[in-house]
Design a protein around this ligand. Structure first.
Ligand code: PLP
Length: 435
């Protein structure tokens, strides 16, 4: 472990018992860690694994604070519920967006306090609401009358956020067909909340996941202002605006957080200036974790399909590989996530670029032919036992994985460099992060 003197609070949160993170000291890098892990596994069983780069989560958080200083992030646990990720974010003092009793339970069990949780689901089972109530989670969203009735029975003292429909047409995953109140219905809903004696304190929206156009935030924030005005007229004390998620976590995505920030900060200053006293939060998921996870898989089987059995044209052979993780496991994004429909595996060992290439197909391990990773992939010949790496595997992957066909979930190794560990300690010691 690192030779820095750890701050007690940080040590507790990121201790091996709490989140199992490995601290990379003496200049060791993540690549060194992967090399060593592969060596270790080569002599045991070649199971797939993830490396979770907590430095990346840390850096993204600082990028968020720099770009959106008025917006407090409530990380969307659904996106990746790895305890080490939650612990890292807890250390960084973010809030958490939980969507169910199970997610609330998990966050609480990791030491998140109830005041740092928003139960951001507009259609909740009644007993999940009761659980939230019993555990002091008061902040929750709604978008319909039946939900108001349920909340009045299960958690009458809840602090409610009205989720509105916004334009999600520019996002890779649209949400507005399922969630959100139409603007022409909000007045009635607010009146109903008043009749039931419920406390509405804010407005939320979600532009859809994988948003490709920053301008949708401008209209959404302006619409939220309209709802604030209506609610204020009805006598509600409106104090919170929640601008949802939607920000990609990939470096190669077409719109970066910097571009979103420009639009969001401008709209906030216009419609919710600091002197309005309104607290602004967001529910980013992908943004924090997408690029932090690398999946490492092993080739477990191979077949050479000969197009020319006579052997005159060797280069037209088609290589067929099978790896030990697939669409029912870590790579479920290929069938579940419209924002992540392809992956680009690359070889762990060095290959000579002049090596003969072949059209190749890579399959997952299960008996289902839907379990295909990539086809028409023009790569040098691979061998059984070779390792492949796949980047950007942190969003909506580990939290959706199944064990179909008896293939176990890939183990997750969270790592953090000594420098980041040191920086975390320093910021706590200097009181930059509240404990
Ligand atoms: N909040 C809610 C209510 C969501 O439904 C989602 C994703 O579906 C998120 C936040 C996180 O979105 P993203 O990962 O796009 O930031």
């Amino acid at each position: 472990h690192a030779s820095v003197t750890p701050n007690k609070a940080v040590m507790e949160v990121l201790s091996p018992e709490n989140c199992d993170a490995v601290i990379l000291d003496n200049g060791r890098t993540i690549n060194n860690f992967i090399d060593n892990k592969i060596k270790e596994l080569d002599s045991l069983d070649n199971e797939p694994f993830y490396v979770a780069n907590l430095d990346s989560v840390f850096e993204r958080h600082h990028r968020w604070l720099t770009n959106l200083p008025r917006v407090k992030p409530f990380y969307a646990v659904k996106c990746n519920n790895t305890p080490a990720v939650i612990q890292m974010l807890r250390t960084l003092d973010t809030g958490f967006d939980c969507a169910s009793k199970g997610e609330i339970q998990m966050a609480l069990s990791l030491g998140v306090t109830p005041d740092k949780i928003i139960y951001a689901h507009t259609t909740k089972p009644g007993f999940h609401i009761k659980y939230a109530c019993a555990h002091g989670v008061d902040l929750m969203t709604f978008d319909n009358e039946a939900e108001l009735l349920k909340i009045s029975q299960c958690h009458a003292k809840a602090k409610l956020i009205l989720r509105i429909i916004v334009d999600d047409s520019k996002s890779l995953i649209r949400l507005s067909s399922k969630f959100g109140a139409r603007l022409d219905t909000v007045e009635k809903l607010l009146e109903r909340a008043k009749e039931l004696g419920l406390e509405v304190i804010g407005v939320s929206f979600h532009v859809g996941s994988g948003c490709t156009d920053s301008l949708v935030f401008k209209q959404a924030i302006s619409d939220a202002r309209h709802v604030f005005d209506l609610a204020n007229l009805l006598g509600f004390q409106m104090t919170l605006l929640d601008i949802g998620g939607g920000f990609s976590g990939r470096e190669d995505f077409q719109v970066k957080i910097e571009e979103f920030s420009e639009v969001i900060n401008g709209a906030l200053d216009k419609f919710f200036p600091p002197e309005s006293g309104v607290q602004i939060i967001a529910e980013p998921g992908r943004y924090y974790v997408e690029s932090a996870f690398t999946l490492v898989v092993n080739i477990i089987a191979k077949r050479v399909d000969m197009d020319h059995p006579d052997g005159e044209e060797n280069s037209s052979n088609k290589m067929v590989y099978y790896i030990n993780d697939g669409v029912y496991g870590s790579l479920n994004c290929l069938i579940n996530d419209p924002a992540h429909t392809s992956v680009t595996p690359y070889l762990h060992k060095a290959v000579d670029s002049s090596k003969q290439r072949y059209w190749s197909v890579i399959w997952g391990p299960t008996c289902d032919s839907l379990d295909k990773i990539i086809e028409n992939y023009w790569i040098p010949e691979l061998e059984v036992g070779d390792w492949l790496l796949i980047d950007n595997m942190g969003a909506y992957s580990v939290s959706i994985t199944t064990t179909f066909n008896g293939f176990e979930k890939a183990h997750i190794y969270p790592v953090v460099t000594a420098e980041t560990w040191h920086a975390l300690n320093l910021s706590h010691t200097n009181g930059i992060i509240n404990e």
